[in-house]
Design a protein around this ligand. Structure first.
Ligand SMILES: [Zn+2]
Length: 223
């Protein structure tokens, strides 16, 4: 099983609407500098018979998912970066036939009360499967467990699928905590203002010098 990074920045993406900072302006001038919103895919291979589970329905989903189908999408909360991609399952985009969407009951409640998300369910483009904190789903050689986090979504509880912890430490705090550990750590979900996104910044250099990494679009990990 592989985990592929599909995006590594916070909900607004890069370029970020309404921002003229160096990182955002560079991305407007050179589309190869565009950075997609955080998302992952769990898969076995590239061919059509491979499984394909996505974690995070980002607004960049149409650039992130290859192939003709999805086995399921895990939606952690109702933030822009986690849920808006679901609208691309609809008739005027993927026209998906009953994609399984795993989410906690508060996210489900939000979906069923709000169009266009409810429309995706009513028209059979997606089927919701309740996935509460503590639940675990086996996925052909891997498993995903929903865990509670303190951060709240805009309209309900947030689930965490990959990270355990009660707070979201900064990159500096994380480096101090894990510097001596023999574990590869990849940072993701950076805001467009984060200096580690600048190619020649001191912050990016420090992160690399201390043995940490940035998750990049297209990276794959054997798990
Ligand atoms: Zn910016």
């Amino acid at each position: 099983m592989k985990v592929e990074i599909l995006g590594n920045v916070q909900d607004g993406g890069v370029p970020h609407l309404g921002c003229t900072c160096e990182v955002c302006e560079n991305a407007r001038e050179d589309p190869s500098e565009t950075k997609f919103v955080s998302s992952l895919v769990l898969k076995e291979g590239e061919d059509n018979s491979s499984i394909r589970y996505v974690i995070g329905a980002s607004p960049d989903i149409r650039h992130q998912i290859r192939g003709e189908y999805l086995d399921g999408i895990f939606v952690a909360d109702t933030h822009l970066g986690d849920i808006t991609g679901l609208v691309f399952l609809g008739k005027h985009a993927m026209n998906s036939d009953g994609a399984t969407v795993y989410c906690n009951s508060e996210v489900e409640d939000f979906i069923m009360k709000n169009d266009p998300y409810r429309l995706m369910v009513d028209h059979g483009h997606m089927e919701l499967q309740e996935f509460e904190n503590g639940d675990e789903e086996d996925i052909q050689g891997a498993s995903i467990e929903a865990r509670e986090v303190i951060s709240k979504g805009d309209y309900g509880d947030t689930s965490s699928y990959m990270i355990k912890g009660e707070t979201h430490p900064t990159i500096q705090e994380t480096m101090e905590l894990f510097e001596d550990e023999d574990t590869d750590i990849y940072f993701t979900n950076m805001n467009h203002t984060n200096p580690v996104l600048r190619e020649n910044s001191e912050e990016k250099q420090e992160l690399e010098d201390r043995g940490f990494n940035l998750a990049e679009h297209g990276q794959e990990f054997e798990i």
